[in-house]
Design a protein around this ligand. Structure first.
Ligand code: SAH
Ligand code: SF4
Ligand code: F3S
Length: 461
């Protein structure tokens, strides 16, 4: 459920002495979370969100470094915003590209005056002060101070019935293609008490669904002092489920090797844990998985899925794939297609391999050419589209619960999410005020299944 920060906060006219800021978040949901926190953090410093960069005094680009395209977009946005925005606007680059490039980003884009990373975003006010006071022309902070950011950010606000809560950051896995261990740092987990307080604050503001976020969210383990036993993700989901008002819990993204028996059991025993599991496999060939340093096999992945399905037979399994990893042959790729069809993924993501500077795979021989990657991506996406549609079709004629988010795609429709995290558009009969429903859990009768969403009508109660 990507929330665009432009949509999340409406922009009233600036009061006397206030300044306008524009924040754009690229990449994953953890960046969306960070972007919202930046907006909240800057508010006491007199900054109000603006819907565009044109009239902003401060432009914050909260960047993603995962694939080359993500970086390219940032640099083209910087150029465009420099031309269009106030001449005096300060451009700050945060997020993963900021972390990875540090001061060298300013050489490539001299319009940028501030660079920071995902773990130093709470220091933006100080960095800004240095630049505004003229004590420094440019300011860079790409440290990794563990957990400091969470301790220094205001209590999050709610922007709808569904909210993200980051519980774990960083990665120790070092897949050979991936920049995340370098941009987000080592795996750290937030204390369970802090997370519960944040969820409680969100529930009080009307949030009904919490999605727990982490680069390896199922590696979550609360930091403990001696004698205490750590809180696992399964336990945390149980404790969050006990908060009044919280009806749905999700978590993303998981790693196959951190999928513990208690987490699998939670899909059967915790009624608030939704039947949706995002578990990236990346490739269907053991040879390629080994070259990727995934530390799991296709067989171990399938065994995990079998256990998850034994606990929750109707679960939707999603995932991520990379096609065209160096050395991937037609035979390797055929195995990826095979595993995609066997698992029957729902709404999985697939990407063409993008060589990233500083990662081991970028230097491997036998890089796959762009055209082959493109063809393989299209072939895999066709299989994934088919498995998604087959999953959705089973709901026709069923009544399912929907958390209503707002107006739907067509006039007269409302939009929400099913327990399986599928978008549902539905109509409301005369006599019921559609404006009364956002934020509520309702029942909808499904009449049609589209390629990526469901269509229905509000069930009579
Ligand atoms: N920690 C998560 C994913 C983080 S990145 C996990 O391991 O599942 C999200 C996805 O981006 C990855 O799952 C992978 O499919 C994709 N990705 C990462 N690096 C990539 C690269 N160099 N080229 C293409 N896709 C990549
Ligand atoms: Fe990247 Fe692998 Fe870590 Fe996921 S597990 S963030 S793909 S290194
Ligand atoms: Fe991108 Fe960083 Fe997320 S590289 S995918 S924004 S962790």
């Amino acid at each position: 459920m990507p929330i665009r920060i432009e949509d999340a906060v409406t922009a009233p006219a600036l009061a006397q002495g206030q300044k306008a800021m524009f924040i754009k978040s690229y990449g994953c949901q953890m960046n969306v979370y960070d972007g919202l926190r930046m907006a909240e953090m800057m508010a006491p410093h007199g900054y109000r969100l603006a819907p565009t960069a044109d009239a902003a005094d401060l432009i914050i680009l909260n960047t993603c470094h995962i694939r080359e395209k993500a970086d390219d977009k940032v640099f083209s946005d910087i150029g465009r915003m420099r031309r269009q925005a106030n001449k005096s606007a300060i451009i700050a680059v945060g997020g993963c590209t900021g972390q990875a490039m540090g001061a060298s980003l300013m050489q490539q884009a001299p319009a940028v005056q501030i660079v920071f990373g995902p773990q130093t975003l709470h220091r933006l006010p100080q960095l800004l002060e240095k630049v505004q006071s003229g004590s420094q022309k440019r300011a860079v902070d790409t440290d990794f101070p563990e957990l400091e950011k969470f301790d220094n950010l205001p209590t999050p606000g709610a922007y709808g019935p569904s909210a993200f809560v980051t519980i774990q950051e960083g990665c120790d896995k070092f897949c050979t293609y991936c920049v995340v261990p370098y941009t987000r740092g080592a795996e750290i987990s937030r204390p369970a008490a802090d997370i519960l307080a944040e969820c409680q604050a969100l529930a009080t503001q009307g949030v009904r669904e919490i999605t727990l976020l982490g680069q390896n969210v199922n590696a979550y383990q609360s930091p403990v002092t001696s004698h205490q036993s750590p809180v696992t993700l399964a336990k945390l989901c149980e404790q969050i489920g006990a908060i009044a008002g919280i009806e749905r819990i999700r978590f993303t993204t998981s790693h196959p090797n951190n999928t513990s028996p208690d987490l699998i059991a939670a899909f059967a025993t915790n009624p608030k844990l939704m039947p949706y599991f995002h578990l990236p496999i990346q490739a269907g060939s053991n040879r390629i998985l080994q070259a990727m340093n995934r530390n799991h096999t296709v067989e171990s992945y399938l065994a995990t899925i079998a256990q998850v399905r034994a606990a929750q037979p109707h679960i939707a399994i999603s995932g991520d794939f990379i096609v065209g990893f160096p050395g991937e042959t037609e035979d390797d790729f055929a195995q990826t297609l095979q595993v995609a069809a066997t698992v029957g993924f729902v709404g999985a993501y697939s990407f063409a391999y993008s060589p990233r500077p500083g990662t081991p795979a970028a230097d491997l021989p036998n890089q796959v050419d762009e055209l082959t990657k493109k063809e393989r991506l299209a072939a895999l996406q066709a299989v994934l589209d088919h498995t998604t549609e087959a999953f959705l079709t089973q709901f026709i004629g069923q009544t399912i619960s929907v958390l209503v988010e707002g107006p739907g795609g067509q006039p007269g429709q409302l939009r929400g999410r099913s327990p399986h995290n599928m978008p549902v558009n539905f109509t409301v009969e005369n006599g019921i005020d559609p404006a009364s429903l956002p934020g509520q859990l309702v029942e909808a009768e499904i009449t049609h299944a589209g390629p990526k969403s469901l269509l229905g009508r509000l069930a009579r109660s």
